[in-house]
Design a protein around this ligand. Structure first.
Ligand SMILES: [Zn+2]
Length: 286
């Protein structure tokens, strides 16, 4: 064996590369993948007189039109930006007339395209402090997912508190903190019209805990207490029409709205409560 002796100062032994055992290359980077329906572009679907779903078959991105410009809530996956901008134009919203971007929570399947949308439109991004931090880090160091679902980081322009309102033209939205799925999870409520009647719309974040450690989680010790308070909040929302970031969670089928079996906020919270209870019980039994 040929050994190269280092200088006396470093004292290291280096084995000749020619003699070393073959070493396999380091692994390739692997981007995360999602169900294809999350990436399936759809034509704009009118939900109410001034509300359009412009995202993909199974990820919600809502466009709210007013006389003073438009508001976008959620942007879907990072690769959705061009599709959203095209759908905005299709319903008569020029990029520079998008004024506010709101968000349900800062995971890559809802906040992934917001850096690109913000750059293309100049709209101002609104979120609470928890979600602002997660989005500034591009989803890195997530409590439950670590660095598994990264996306282009984006800076929040206006940080809001629980119950704070965002207004544009004749439209006012109220933000509600509903921590659980993420510490910064939010619901947005506003009034619209549909079929000549006033309708209270609630866009309520995911209430799921996919693979989450619910018992003794050192990164989120009060996760169950947060969920419990959130279920109460959601049950109390004004909610003639419920929409969710993942449409199936509230019974929506955007590919054929006549097939939708929509549920209200109370049932949405009750279902989630039951699922979380069972999930927690299973973890306590382990
Ligand atoms: Zn999520």
């Amino acid at each position: 064996m040929s050994v190269i002796r280092c200088s006396a100062v470093c004292g290291l032994l280096l084995v000749s590369a020619a003699q070393a055992e073959p070493v396999t290359p380091l692994p390739q980077l692997e981007a995360y993948t999602v169900p294809e329906a999350w990436l399936q572009p759809m034509a704009p679907l009118q939900i109410a007189d001034n509300v359009w779903q412009i995202g993909t078959d199974e990820l919600t991105s809502l466009l709210l039109k007013t006389r003073e410009g438009a508001i976008l809530i959620d942007g879907g996956m990072p690769q959705s930006a061009e599709h959203l901008l095209a759908n905005m134009k299709a319903v008569g919203v020029a990029p520079q007339t998008l004024k506010w971007i709101l968000v349900s929570h800062g995971h890559g399947d809802h906040a992934g395209s917001l850096a690109a949308i913000k750059q293309a439109t100049g709209a101002r991004l609104v979120a609470n402090a928890e979600t602002a931090m997660l989005m500034a880090d591009g989803g890195a160091n997530d409590i439950h997912f670590g660095d598994d679902i990264l996306y282009p980081p984006v800076r929040v322009d206006r940080q809001i508190q629980d119950g704070e309102q965002v207004s544009l033209g004749n439209l006012t939205l109220t933000g509600h903190f509903i921590p659980g799925h993420t510490p910064g999870s939010m619901a947005w409520t506003w009034q619209s019209t549909r079929d000549g009647e006033t309708v209270d719309i609630a866009y309520v974040d995911s209430l799921t805990a996919p693979g989450y450690q619910l018992v003794d989680n050192p990164r989120y010790p009060h996760i169950v207490e947060d969920f419990t308070a959130t279920f109460k909040t959601v049950k109390g929302l004004s909610c003639d029409l419920l929409l969710t970031p993942h449409p199936g969670a509230s019974g929506w089928d955007y590919t054929d709205a006549t097939q939708s079996t929509r549920i209200d906020c109370v049932d949405y919270a009750k279902k989630a409560e039951q699922t979380l209870r069972e999930q927690r019980k299973a973890q306590q039994a382990d």
